[in-house]
Write a protein that binds this ligand. Structure first.
Ligand SMILES: C[S@@+](CC[C@H](N)C(=O)[O-])C[C@H]1O[C@@H](n2cnc3c(N)ncnc32)[C@H](O)[C@@H]1O
Length: 316
């Protein structure tokens, strides 16, 4: 099996702070057959060294913090002329900056961790749901992976913001696309069910206004292979009406999200482990026939936020 040295980007520290190495390691450990993982520092450059079959090189190049790969030849590093080959220009994910945006690198990690649960699937056939999608970082990342994505967001102002951003980046990058609007249900004054759809390069995303607890009906009860979401941290986004904690909202949403997930599907939830605690979040998803995986991605972001990611799988 070849030995690889993966160059770790400075994005890792920006996303995972002082815990960058343990988070990067946990994500890479999920790549099928990757063994002997360790870090190596040469000058200021940090490499993740590992052995893996050449067939998983595309997965290694798509790890959230990896900037490039080298194949080891004794102590020499041979740069590999491969890229991660994503669809759409990176600006579609990184270009818009707004308050409450989920870190783009963390979002990529979550999609990777979900995909690692279904290594034999063709991404172009997979459907992803972000049931608390904000302005669509997960949805746009999913399109870069070739997945079909649907998002639910309670704040109806996101539609015009996302439309404006998409118009800008499609124009700047001369990206052929289709942008349309519609309703998943009868038009109403509250805007529930109103959606914006963006398609390009054979894939698409649909962002629907509504309550996450109605995700199953809002998405026409069509199952999803992946659910990837970043829930409110109780700091920039409140957890619910008059409360910082998102726990009660999540308890209401959990059975609906489980219902949206296809057999064999994976659910990946980023949360502030100060509210709720990991054990409380696991309890909220209890009794729904979801297996909780043991992987942890805990990293301190600030005094009040210690972010972690919970990964669950539905039996096939
Ligand atoms: C951490 S933000 C997600 C940000 C998003 N990933 C992005 O980068 O734009 C959480 C989002 O969940 C939304 N949200 C909270 N409770 C919701 C609910 N019950 N139904 C739908 N959306 C909800 C909030 O409005 C907020 O936009």
């Amino acid at each position: 099996m070849p030995d690889y040295a993966l160059l770790i980007s400075s994005r890792a520290a920006a996303a995972y702070f002082a815990n960058a190495q343990s988070v990067v390691m946990a994500e890479a450990a999920g790549v099928a057959g990757a063994t002997d993982l360790r870090f190596d520092q040469i000058g200021d450059l940090v490499f993740l060294r590992l052995s893996a079959d050449a067939s998983v090189l595309p997965d290694l190049l798509r790890l959230s913090a990896v900037q490039g790969a080298f194949e080891m030849d004794g102590s020499m590093m041979r740069p590999l002329d491969h890229g991660a080959n994503f669809a759409l220009h990176p600006d579609f994910v990184w270009g818009e900056k707004y308050r409450g945006k989920t870190n783009e690198t963390l979002t990529q990690l979550m999609i990777n961790v979900g995909l690692q649960q279904m290594p034999l699937s063709d991404p172009a056939k997979l459907r992803l749901l972000d049931p608390m999608c904000g302005r669509g970082t997960t949805l746009l990342w999913a399109m870069r992976y070739g997945l079909h994505a649907v998002g639910i967001e309670q704040d109806d102002t996101v539609l015009s913001d996302v439309r404006r951003g998409l118009k800008k980046w499609t124009k700047i990058h001369r990206q052929k696309h289709k942008l349309s609007e519609g309703w998943t249900q009868k038009a109403n004054k509250k805007g529930i069910g109103k959606f914006l759809e963006f398609s390009a390069l054979g894939t698409a995303m649909r962002l629907i206004v509504g309550d996450s607890a109605q995700s199953y009906d809002l998405t026409q009860r069509k199952p999803f292979d992946l659910i990837v979401t970043d829930v409110p941290y109780g700091v920039q986004h409140m957890g619910g009406k008059d409360t910082r904690s998102p726990l009660e909202t999540l308890k209401t949403c959990a059975p609906v999200w489980a219902q949206c997930l296809a057999p064999g599907g994976a659910m990946v939830v980023a949360f502030n482990s100060n509210i709720p605690k990991r054990s409380q979040l696991i309890a909220a998803f209890g009794g729904l026939e979801l297996e909780v995986l043991d992987t942890k991605f805990e990293h301190r972001m600030s005094e009040s936020i210690v972010r972690d990611v919970l990964v669950m799988r539905k039996a096939a």
